[in-house]
Design a protein around this ligand. Structure first.
Ligand code: PRP
Length: 209
């Protein structure tokens, strides 16, 4: 009997859309739609085991082989550079990494810019490419508060609808990069389970407009 294909799904706003794609690709697991606190769902007939993890942890599961495939945002892949294969852009979870500041902010190039973010590598590389001297302040969440309380001058964070920024009187001043969800695979799973993984890629890529 072949082993179940382990699929790491990102918990949260993207998760259900991602599961829909896998279901359409021929890997259904109806029990996953039952609202419960369960984190692991199996459908032996379809050969799959799904599990919900924090979006920023999907790449760790896939890199280490605990998941054969998964879905992660381009932000996570660029920030952590996990050793895995990025198979395709799913065209969902679209947003952007942006620099935001309080309305009316003006950058003084003579001063070191204080940047608060969860994404220190992305921010460092972005400002290095501009030749701008910065001080990085690593935070784990509620980044929007930092410039309001004077902890930083600007933030580098994900902007989707812009509502969070707006409600905190912040505005985008620069776009760093566009982001979307990517299908990722463990390197050895990609080699040894190529038929199943290839089926997912073809079904999903074929379904994309
Ligand atoms: C992200 C980001 C913003 C928000 C932006 O957080 O950090 O706070 O989404 O979305 P909006 O432009 O649609 O308002 P997320 O909800 O992913 O969770 P996090 O705070 O755990 O990062």
């Amino acid at each position: 009997m072949t082993e179940l294909l382990n699929i790491a799904l990102p918990k949260g706003r993207l998760g259900e859309k991602v599961y829909d794609l896998f279901e359409k690709a021929g890997f259904p697991c109806p029990s996953i739609r039952e609202n419960s606190r369960k984190l692991i769902f199996e459908n032996p007939e379809a050969g799959v085991r799904y599990f919900w993890v924090k979006p920023s942890d999907v790449a760790i599961y896939v890199e280490r082989g605990a998941a054969d495939v998964g879905v992660a945002g381009r932000d996570i892949l660029l920030e952590y550079r996990p050793e895995l294969y990025e198979l395709c852009d799913l065209g969902i979870g679209k947003c952007r990494m942006a620099v935001a500041a309080p309305a009316g902010f003006r950058d003084d190039p003579r001063k070191t810019l204080r940047v608060a973010t969860k994404f220190t590598r992305i921010a460092r590389e972005y400002y290095a490419s501009l030749g701008r001297d910065i001080e990085l302040i690593h935070l784990n969440g509620s980044i929007e508060i930092a410039p309001i309380l004077g902890l930083s001058d600007v933030i580098v964070d994900i902007v989707e609808t812009g509502t969070t920024l707006k409600e905190n009187n912040l505005e985008v001043i620069e776009t760093v990069l566009p982001i979307s969800a990517r299908l990722i695979a463990n390197r050895s799973s990609y080699k040894f389970r190529s038929a199943e993984i290839g089926r997912i890629v073809r079904a999903i890529a074929g379904g994309a407009e």
